[in-house]
Design a protein around this ligand. Structure first.
Ligand code: HAM
Length: 421
């Protein structure tokens, strides 16, 4: 509560106001439409889960688990956490509902709020929304390409690919756990020999999460990292062949990408292919969407060994990148009535709605003149005017021209209006 006793939305959260609703709905529809064409089914998991699901699934050395989770105890003393991401919950559901017995891969999509206790700034919120997709149960490079093409089509279809937005796809491979372990040894050795040039935060994580050094903003660290060994040069033969196939499939589908040898994602579960879409026009928080393979996660969370891949896109970041202006809603018909004809106006509006068109009328007791103004502001194509002298007219607000006389019963007037829409 602020000093004046008025409440405000909690820090880092935002109200989804009506002016933005249509733009959000378009993103949802685009996501749902592509999902249906590609054979993905919708899944929704709870907004909170056992804390352990994330500390194990996302990884104890990540920023998310170390400092960004909204964690609380319920009345039974269980530790619960508002979900900071959607992959671990979807994998939990996959295991819990025995989805490994279904034909593989299982293709799922989701939409909803996620929660991270980050420092708020433009494009970074404590409650934000993601649209995501997960393909669980195949290690084929076809699946990697399918996931990336889906996301590429979503973002481009919404208009993010247009000139000036600076949409870019970065692609990398982290290798399988075995090749990553030997690469990790090389990296730790390199970091240890260059300790003096690294930021204290990076030094503190040399043993727990050396890869995060590539993510650092610290100038000294960046200089050191420019010469560091990169995973892409140390993939084993199977990982390199897998990555080459993914790239060939993307090339064949005309998906443009940049190879990023040091692409690091902020979650520990990734293996092999990783990718991120950024939008230069967004500034500091430029990550619009990201994802990758997580071939070890199902097993880590108690299921059978099962390869998988997925991604999530940030809805608020998409809206920011599109620069969506607030939109006002409009109706097809606005009915204006003299005082004694309000009940008749009300009945006509309901009949027009029942016929499948949209209609509205004054509900605040405005006078005739005020209603005429309101009909202009409503964005309606047609106005129906029920005058004091008992006449009824239909006016083409958008097109102009003479009013059409439409005297008759409520049903007659509604039918005359519907015929003109
Ligand atoms: P992520 O990269 O952490 O991945 O988040 C995906 C997207 O969510 C980001 O690219 C960004 O657009 C949006 N986002 C993240 N944090 C915030 C925030 N604080 N405010 C606004 N938007 C935000 C994941 O969450 C993985 N679960 C993706 C995935 C699915 N990987 C495999 N499957």
């Amino acid at each position: 509560m602020s000093g004046g006793g008025k409440f405000q939305a909690p820090r880092g959260t935002l109200d989804q106001l009506p002016g933005e609703a249509a733009a959000r709905a378009r993103i949802y529809m685009a996501m749902a439409d592509l999902a249906a064409r590609r054979g993905y089914e919708l899944i929704a998991t709870p907004a909170f889960e056992d804390t352990e699901l994330f500390s194990r699934g996302v990884g104890g050395s990540t920023d998310i688990v170390q400092k960004e989770m909204f964690t609380f105890s319920d009345q039974g003393g269980r530790s619960l956490t508002l979900r900071p991401e959607g992959t671990a919950p979807v994998v939990r559901a996959y295991i819990e509902h025995g989805m490994h017995k279904l034909p593989q891969p299982v293709k799922l999509w989701y939409w909803g709020p996620f929660f991270r206790h980050e420092r708020p700034q433009a494009g970074r919120y404590r409650q934000f929304h993601q649209a995501g997709a997960e393909l669980i149960g195949s290690d084929s490079p076809l699946v990697d390409a399918e996931a990336i093409i889906y996301l590429d089509q979503l973002l481009r279809g919404l208009g993010l690919g247009s000139e000036g937005k600076g949409l870019r796809l970065r692609l990398g491979s982290l290798g399988s756990p075995a090749s990553r372990a030997s690469y990790r040894g090389l990296l730790v050795e390199y970091l240890n020999t260059h300790r003096a040039g690294l930021s204290p935060e990076v030094v503190a994580r040399i043993d727990t999460n050396p890869l995060r050094a590539f993510d650092s903003d610290d100038p000294g660290t960046r200089e050191v990292m420019a010469g560091a060994p990169v995973m892409l040069d140390h993939l084993d033969d199977a990982d390199a062949a897998h990555f080459a196939e993914v790239r060939a499939l993307l090339d064949a589908a005309d998906v443009e990408y940049e190879l990023d040898a040091a692409l690091v994602r902020g979650l520990d579960y990734y293996t092999r292919t990783v990718f991120e879409f950024t939008c230069d026009s967004l500034g500091a928080q430029s990550g619009v969407a990201g994802g990758g393979r997580y071939d070890g996660l199902v097993e880590l969370l108690g299921g059978p060994p099962t390869p998988a891949i997925g991604w999530a896109a940030g809805i608020e970041r998409i809206l920011l990148a599109l620069g969506t202006e607030p939109e006002e809603s409009s109706v097809d018909v606005f009915v204006v009535a003299a005082d004694e004809r309000r009940a008749e106006a009300f009945a006509i509006v309901e009949k027009i709605r029942a016929a499948g068109n949209s209609a509205d009328l004054d509900l605040a007791g405005r006078g005739f003149k005020g209603q005429m103004k309101q009909s202009g502001r409503s964005g309606a194509k047609l106005a129906v005017i029920l005058a004091e002298d008992g006449t009824a007219r239909i006016r083409d607000i958008a097109g102009g021209g003479d009013d059409e006389s439409a005297d008759g019963s409520v049903g007659d007037i509604a039918a005359a209006v519907s015929a003109r829409l």
